[in-house]
Design a protein around this ligand. Structure first.
Ligand SMILES: [Zn+2]
Length: 137
């Protein structure tokens, strides 16, 4: 499969949303990236099962990490894996929709590591809420 075809499939599979913070690519000022869930430096493959759509912010914070230290369990926990886990099983929206809440250790450590409640994301969620486009379905 060509790289462009692969990128198109990853984008469509994610419905154009960052697979971590769920922000929409079509209203971002920065191009989204196709990221390796398991980084290439850790033998991750460039195949659909290891690729995810990510905004620049999440991708920068994720870098080559695959785990983090959970503040409650005080132990190393793997980051959310968008191909092997469902977002809704690890995260939930706060009542006002502005923050992502980790409902388990994977959710918590991913929020901490990727900073999924960055100020600019909360501002964006607030604006999208006002026009009825947040939280995403
Ligand atoms: Zn993101």
């Amino acid at each position: 499969m060509s790289l462009n075809k692969l990128k198109e499939q990853v984008y469509n599979r994610a419905n154009g949303l960052c697979e971590y913070c769920k922000s929409p690519a079509n209203i971002s000022t920065q191009s989204f990236v196709i990221e390796h869930i398991i980084p290439k430096s850790k033998e991750g493959k460039t195949s659909l099962e290891n690729l995810a759509l990510s905004c620049q912010g999440c991708n920068n914070y994720k870098y080559n990490k695959i785990s983090g230290i959970d503040s409650i369990l005080n132990k190393k926990v793997n980051l959310f894996h968008p191909r092997q886990q469902a977002w809704n099983n690890n995260f939930a929206w706060s009542d006002d929709g502005l923050e992502i809440i980790g409902i388990n250790a994977i959710g918590r450590v991913t929020i901490d590591t990727l900073k999924l409640n960055r100020t600019e994301l909360k501002n964006l969620r607030k604006l999208l809420t006002e026009v009825g486009k947040h939280p995403p379905k």
